[in-house]
Write a protein that binds this ligand. Structure first.
Ligand SMILES: Cc1cc2nc3c(=O)[nH]c(=O)nc-3n(C[C@H](O)[C@H](O)[C@H](O)COP(=O)(O)OP(=O)(O)OC[C@H]3O[C@@H](n4cnc5c(N)ncnc54)[C@H](O)[C@@H]3O)c2cc1C
Length: 392
């Protein structure tokens, strides 16, 4: 790789101003991606099998809950894992961002002690149950009900597209306590996955991407858990979800940077070696301009991700920056994956090369943890503020 090229192997820490402790995490994740994930990723995508063994290896390497690490270090880990294996990166975003982070912040001591260590070690798997057939972007439309009954609560409802849902040991389940209150009526309960009344099935059909992930349809029928399994405030489920989504969304954005980087690196190598009309295809202006644009948008995405992480690491609110990073990085990565396929021509049209997998995987990054449109809604709301004259 030439000097100046955007490779992880080059001096990432110096160029991106990464402290030694964060760089150590990045290198650890890069080694894990190279030694553990890369040898199995293509076959896992083909077979569509979720690997519990990899979860354990991620835990053993300390990559699920990197102890004492900054948020920036977690983003560097997501970039490195995301550059190689979208399913493993998707697992991490859910396990660490959507499940472990809310448990660490909101769970009563007894549940934190029971689950946090096991989730961090990869000895237990968690899933976050928000989406329903009639409630995707609009969480206030949830129809899952949570009603008190003596010392317990009873949960009834249906969840779809739950990552890790079929293999999880513990579920964070969100539901409505008062439909009139919409998001202000949501509650979150910790539910062991073997609680009676829970039925889990794989999502129907063959997924476009993330094929080595587990996505489940989960039905809750008269599911009874102790009222003490409450996570957060009695009607504070929305805050719990937003806390998880803030870190989860940034993990998704950082994963997109990894995919983008992998697409650019493959494209540079190919543009150098493939010859048509007597010269390297990279020397045709249209191809070289595409490479320059891919590099520029990669740098912009990475800067946004790092800036959002550094804000929180300095104790500042980063919600706006996270939405900007997710919007830009995931859309740019999708464009980079499309360009990489075009640039490789016919040879990219099979899974002999990983490019079609990157493209299939990366589309989901523009959908889950808030679609691109929803990131725009969040950004515009924070720019405009509340309309005090509105009667709505
Ligand atoms: C691979 C994968 C993994 C997932 N994992 C999980 C998981 O672990 N847990 C979980 O709970 N969910 C999960 N999901 C679900 C995901 O979070 C939802 O798909 C997502 O929030 C969007 O909801 P929806 O699909 O119902 O789309 P809808 O909300 O129905 O949206 C459809 C379209 O309308 C647009 N739209 C909706 N509202 C607005 C608006 N106000 N303004 C402008 N446009 C709007 C959307 O942008 C989208 O383009 C996963 C999904 C996928 C694909």
């Amino acid at each position: 790789m030439a000097d100046g090229a955007p490779t992880a192997a080059r001096e990432y820490a110096r160029e991106w101003d990464i402290a030694a402790a964060d760089e150590a995490w990045r290198q650890k994740a890069a080694a894990f991606a190279r030694d553990v994930l890369a040898p199995q990723v293509q076959e896992a995508d083909r077979s569509g099998v979720f690997s519990r063994a990899i979860v354990k290896q991620l835990g053993d390497a300390g990559l699920i809950e990197p102890e004492g690490s900054s948020l920036l270090a977690r983003c560097l880990i997501a970039e490195e894992i995301g550059a190689v294996d979208g399913s493993a990166r998707g697992f991490l975003a859910v396990q660490a961002g959507l499940v472990l982070a809310p448990i660490l912040k909101y769970a009563p001591d007894e549940h934190r002690e029971a689950w946090a260590g096991r989730l961090a070690a990869g000895d237990a798997i968690g899933a976050c149950c928000l989406t329903e057939p009639e409630a995707g972007s609009d969480l206030g439309a949830m129809q899952t009900t949570i009603r008190p009954d003596g010392m317990d609560v009873v949960i009834d409802g249906e969840k779809v597209w739950i990552t890790n849902g079929g293999v999880a040991d513990v579920l964070l389940v969100f539901g409505q306590t008062d439909p009139a209150k919409k998001t202000r009526g949501l509650a979150c309960y910790l539910v062991p996955a073997d609680t009676p009344g829970i039925t889990r099935k794989p999502m129907p059909g063959k997924e476009l991407g993330h094929r080595a992930s587990d996505h489940a349809h989960i039905v809750f029928e008269n599911v009874r858990v102790p009222a003490g399994n409450l996570i957060g405030e009695p009607q504070g489920g929305f805050a719990v979800a937003m806390h998880g989504l803030e870190d989860g969304r940034l993990n998704v954005a950082a994963g997109a940077v990894g995919v983008h980087r992998a697409c650019l690196e493959a494209s540079i190598d190919f543009a150098r070696s493939r010859r048509q009309f007597g010269k390297r295809i990279g020397d045709f202006q249209q191809v070289s301009a595409t490479l320059a644009d891919m590099d520029t948008s990669l740098r912009a995405s990475r800067l946004l991700v790092h800036q959002a992480a550094r804000l929180k690491d300095r104790g500042l609110d980063n919600a706006h920056a996270v939405s900007a990073a997710k919007l830009v990085a995931t859309e740019a990565a999708l464009e980079a994956a499309t360009n990489a396929i075009q640039l490789h021509g016919s040879r990219a049209y099979s899974d002999e090369l990983p490019l079609e997998r990157y493209w299939r995987d990366v589309i989901a990054l523009t959908i889950y943890e808030g679609t691109s449109n929803i990131q725009r809604v969040i950004l515009a709301r924070s720019l405009l503020g509340k309309d005090l004259g509105s009667s709505a």
